[in-house]
Design a binder for this molecule. Structure first.
Ligand code: UDX
Length: 441
């Protein structure tokens, strides 16, 4: 059992802290946000993440997991320190690593014995070196530490599962000793034969960006294929399915939609593209991925406008789904933001509904008509736009839906409704990449 401190109790820090304590270690989750720590100490989980509540409770009650605002003490007490603070995007596209820098200084001030400093936050390539430099300048010359880059690959909505059953663990370590200690931290996974990839620090930092940017690229690619499918009378679902049968391509992340959102893909693609430009090795594919995604989001409002006769003015739209994907209350970079903004900008109004993200969207758009069910959001509207593929929208009674709307117009940006049924019932509709009704839909 190791004594481990995780600094930062955001989504990454909390899931990682709870997950590591579940592996049998003594974990202190530390944060300077007093209110957040008090809530956690009182058993309240500040984010919505399936399974996290139970994971935290289980480990708090077995006294392996605790929360503290005393970051200094938590650093002094630990053998391994995970940095899991936020790295938001700056206006110029670069990642803002000021929180990481200040944590590095706190670690430097409190480094009372050999420790492993391990970064989980997604940081620009080269940040590891910078952290090492900051700490080295603050400690006596004979004090030792090792540095590890151990990026997270957690998806919101399935982060607990991703942490406890990962595809691989990437450990970019400055020494063999550090790698061995990290392998011990992840011992249950190691015993389960989860691949542990041992690299240097820069390689581990690069793996994270390269993986996320590639997934984003895959989505932008299939979205462009979808747009072309519409023009040539092909069905993008069948195209993606057949493409995915090729093991070299894989069927994952080939689902067309309204453009990717969330806290990772938009930020990480910008960060790697900026870094690549700065280093003189531009990534044109990622620049294109970003542009395609911006275009895809705008394209959704154009599609809806077309369905409404070319304008939003005086029209009321029921927007179903506000989160950037299902099973999360996160609305960051969600395509529904672009949709809502276009409707409002052009004189329309919005009735909005999300099973859990209404409150988050209210911070961005305080004056929308927020509803408590899809039924309420669709009553007397001129059109409905499905923006997130929540299961409850898949199961909507379309006959009933038609009966409560002012006009039967629907934009299904996630392709979750049966086109056959929509046309039989008499809806005027559009989707992404499926202008034709294929025989199996
Ligand atoms: C992502 C990565 O998957 C994860 O490994 C990383 O650590 C953090 O970023 P997350 O942002 O939680 O996770 O969501 P993800 O499930 O990857 O979806 C991102 C966006 O892409 C969503 O808006 C989703 O709707 C969209 N998406 C995903 C598609 O449009 N099509 C797909 O086929 C898959």
């Amino acid at each position: 059992m190791k004594r481990i401190t995780v600094i930062g109790t955001g989504y990454v820090g909390l899931v990682s802290g709870a997950g590591i304590s579940d592996f049998g270690h003594q974990v202190f989750c530390a944060d300077i946000n007093v209110e957040k720590i008090h809530r956690l100490q009182n058993g309240e989980i500040p984010i919505y993440e399936p399974g996290l509540d139970e994971l935290v409770k289980r480990n708090v009650s077995s006294q392996r997991l605790s929360f503290t605002v005393d970051v200094n003490q938590a650093v002094r007490d630990a053998e391994v320190i995970f940095i899991a603070v936020g790295t938001p995007q700056r206006n110029n596209g670069e990642a803002d690593i000021s929180a990481v820098e200040s944590v590095a200084r706190v670690i430097g001030e409190n480094l009372n014995s050999y420790k492993i400093i391990c970064t989980k936050s997604t940081v620009p390539i080269g940040t590891g070196e910078m952290i090492i430099k900051i700490i080295k300048e603050m400690i006596p010359v004979d004090r030792r530490f090792d540095y590890v880059s151990n990026p997270e690959f957690l998806r919101e909505g399935s982060a607990v599962k991703d942490f406890l059953w990962p595809d691989r663990v990437v450990i970019g370590a400055t020494s063999k000793k550090a790698f061995a200690i990290l392998r011990d931290v992840y011992r249950p996974l190691y015993l389960n034969e989860t691949p542990m990839v041992h690299t240097n620090v820069a390689t581990a930092e690069m793996i994270k960006y390269a993986a996320n940017a590639f997934l984003a690229l895959k989505i932008s690619y299939i979205n462009e294929v979808a747009n072309l499918c519409e023009k040539v009378g092909a069905d993008v679902h069948q195209v993606a399915k057949a493409m995915g049968k090729d093991g070299r391509i894989s069927p994952k992340f080939l689902h067309p939609g309204p453009g990717y959102g969330g806290s990772c893909f938009p930020k990480d693609t910008h960060a790697i593209a900026e870094l690549a430009r700065k280093k003189g090795a531009p990534m044109n594919t990622i620049d294109a991925t970003i542009n395609t995604n911006t275009y895809q989001k705008k394209r959704m409002s154009e599609k809806l406008k077309d369905l409404l006769g070319g304008h939003f003015s005086g029209k009321t739209v029921g927007v179903l789904g506000l989160a950037f994907k299902p099973n999360t209350d996160d609305v960051r970079e969600s395509s529904s933001i672009t949709m809502i903004q276009s409707i409002l900008d052009e004189g329309g109004s919005v009735k909005a509904y999300d099973p859990i993200a209404n409150k988050e969207m209210e911070e961005l758009f305080p004056n929308l008509n927020y509803c408590h069910s899809w039924i309420e959001a669709c009553e007397a509207v001129d059109a409905v736009a499905i923006m997130t593929d929540w299961n409850e929208f898949r199961g909507m009674d379309l006959h009933y839906l038609k009966s409560i709307m002012k006009a039967p117009i629907i934009l299904d940006t996630r392709n979750i409704l049966s086109m056959k049924q929509l046309s039989e019932i008499g809806f005027e509709f559009d989707n992404v990449g499926r202008k034709v009704i294929s025989h199996d839909y």
